[in-house]
Design a protein. Structure first.
Length: 186
């Protein structure tokens, strides 16, 4: 099961109480996701942001899609991983977490909410000026930049910023799954 921390606006659209009990610990490799709902030209869309990697999913937010939000998230995550060539036990475990459904929870990290709002604005601008689809918007965000105080500083000029795709690879494709070089024959 995947923990989905929703803003008050999204909880209201999902017909969930404003104050939810704290869910059990997550079982998926990427951990918690944050979500909010917005609209573009009167069409609602939901943005999911992974707390550990900054990966983004962009999904339709009408009533029918909200009822099947975990299925839509599973399909888009699987499609993005397939497009980027990510496969393995970590990806399968994350997909299993989506398949098990969401454990709804309240948000608790203001830094992630700020990142979520920045992503929503960028997505909205992509819809408005470039005609991006939901999947296009999500894919572009995976190749963008993400900053969170809990992440270790990297190297170089932009040491506090990380690419979500690199973080996803680090979480979902651990070294144990990489085939080692064959031993040299004497």
């Amino acid at each position: 099961m995947t923990v989905l921390r929703c803003t008050g606006k999204l909880l209201k659209r999902l017909r969930q109480p404003a104050k939810l009990p704290e869910p059990e610990a997550h079982t998926n490799p990427l951990g918690e996701w944050y979500a909010d709902i917005d609209s573009w030209k009167r069409q609602p869309f939901v943005v999911l942001l992974n707390a550990a990697t900054g990966a983004v999913l962009v999904l339709a937010g009408n009533a029918d899609n909200l009822r099947r939000l975990h299925e839509r998230a599973l399909m888009q995550f699987a499609a993005l991983c397939g497009h980027l060539g990510l496969q393995g036990n970590g990806v399968d475990a994350e997909l299993a977490g989506f398949h098990a459904g969401f454990a709804w929870a309240n948000t608790r990290d203001r830094s992630l909410l700020a990142s979520l709002n920045q992503r929503k604005f960028g997505i909205w601008m992509g819809f408005e000026h470039n005609g991006y689809t939901f999947a296009d918007s999500a894919l572009l965000e995976w190749d963008g930049m993400f900053r969170h105080p809990a992440l270790a500083a990297g190297e170089g000029r932009y040491r506090n910023y990380h690419r979500p795709l690199d973080l996803i690879r680090r979480h979902l494709l651990p070294w144990a799954e990489v085939t080692p070089f064959p031993a040299a024959q004497p």
